[in-house]
Design a protein around this ligand. Structure first.
Ligand code: GTP
Length: 393
């Protein structure tokens, strides 16, 4: 026997929806203030707030003898909420927010819903229209989240995509269910409507959780960047380098990585003759040139001062002179053209030591051993007159 409509009373569920979205709005707003987050989180607070506010207005209207057409305000919460969530999502992803289109769609629906209700004399056309628009917006937001999920991966994007797409399906169901021609009598309609509402409450909670996880994920990535990235060049710093080298060496790969250690020749002279700012500009330029010679799988590092390193993660099998050619590419990238600085064009060279990871699959060379061999080759290149590449034995 199907549960009686009392088991899932729509008005009770609407009040639960009001309380849940109000709590989410207040916590998101407080969180946005606390984190000094002006963009997406504030819009998401408004998104939850839109649902709470429209429901609150509906509850107040129920206490008055206002025209039933005004009760359609309760239908608009999901629509405005999804529009604001989508807006915040665009900001979060650094994309241009389609706010004009969102305001237009939301505005038109907000006018059309009470007008429809007044002219038909029932609430169903307003519910059908508002849920259809909310479905489209939720699908649009779901596509955005899906795009980010494909690009960046990660559980929070997956959860958000799932909850937005499922919300779109629920909205479509509610929209179809509102049509009297499709309803199978008042009770099934009430029951399906209530199930839809229950699902929306759960999905709203899921969305809030995934947005929270996304914010946390972004903060973690920022911290990771601060820890691992050299501010001057944008390359990895020594910590990031050690971490990556350790992981690459631990990975049993058909081709062990090749490491180059580079040191700028007579860099002290640049600093002494032209000042630290010019020296910094040269270091930054070297970083850019190194990066430009590499593939995304390779790693470029500023080890500190005027010392750099490169790890080639995927290299050809060893062949005579092959490793030296890799190092030569870096040396040429730096020496080929002068660096344009405020002190004029400066010709800069680097010395390079290259070493290919050795050992066996069962007992690979340690990062310290590999680095030491490359460093010795660099030292030998310096001693041999600089501006050259030497490979480790
Ligand atoms: N502008 C600038 N200079 C730095 C930075 N870090 C280290 N240096 C300078 O880099 C110079 C390194 O000098 P040395 O170690 O003597 O080496 P070099 O002059 O490059 O000589 P060789 O390596 O023997 O060819 C020092 O003057 C440091 O002060 C930095 O972040 N910015």
């Amino acid at each position: 026997m199907p549960p009686s409509p009392e088991a899932l009373n729509i008005d009770t569920l609407l009040r639960v929806y009001l309380v849940v979205t109000a709590v989410l709005a207040v916590t998101s707003w407080g969180g946005a203030r606390h984190l000094k987050e002006r963009g997406s989180l504030r819009l998401w607070a408004w998104a939850f707030g839109a649902s709470a506010l429209t429901q609150a207005v509906r509850q107040v209207l129920l206490l008055t003898d206002a025209s039933r057409a005004w009760l359609t305000v309760g239908h608009l919460g999901g629509l405005w909420s999804t529009a604001l969530l989508l807006w915040g999502l665009s900001l979060f992803l650094g994309q241009a927010a389609p706010w004009r289109r969102l305001l237009l769609v939301g505005g038109l629906a907000s006018v059309a819903c009470p007008l429809l209700a007044a002219s038909v004399g029932g609430l169903w056309p307003s519910l059908a229209l508002s849920t259809a628009v909310a479905a489209a917006l939720s699908f649009w937001a779901g596509l955005k989240a899906w795009g980010a999920w494909r690009q960046q991966g990660g559980f929070p994007w997956g959860l958000l995509t799932f909850s937005l797409m499922l919300a779109a399906v629920v909205y479509v169901g509610r929209s179809l269910d509102a049509w009297p021609a499709l309803a199978r009598g008042p009770d099934p309609f009430q029951h399906a409507n209530a199930i839809g509402l229950l699902a929306l409450i759960a999905l709203t909670l899921l969305q809030a959780l995934s947005l929270l996880l996304l914010l946390q994920d972004r903060a973690m990535r920022r911290i990771q960047q601060l820890i691992e990235i050299d501010v001057l060049t944008g390359l990895f710093n020594r910590r990031g380098f050690e971490d990556r080298l350790r992981r690459l060496l631990a990975r049993a790969s058909a081709q062990p990585p090749v490491l180059a250690v580079l040191d700028v020749d007579h860099f002290k002279r640049i600093n002494d003759s032209h000042g630290h700012a010019v020296g910094d500009a040269v270091l930054s330029g070297i970083g850019a040139r190194l990066r430009a010679t590499l593939r995304p799988t390779d790693v470029a590092v500023r080890l500190g001062g005027e010392e750099f390193a490169v790890i080639w993660a995927q290299v050809d099998p060893p062949d005579p002179g092959g490793d030296a050619r890799l190092g030569e590419r870096l040396r040429e990238a730096v020496a080929a053209e002068p660096f344009m600085t405020e002190a004029g064009p400066l010709h800069v060279t680097v010395s390079v030591g290259v070493a290919r990871a050795g050992g066996t699959a069962a007992s690979p060379e340690t990062p310290a051993q590999l680095f030491s061999r490359a460093d010795q080759a660099l030292y030998a290149a310096k001693a041999a007159g600089r501006d050259r590449v030497l490979t480790a034995a």
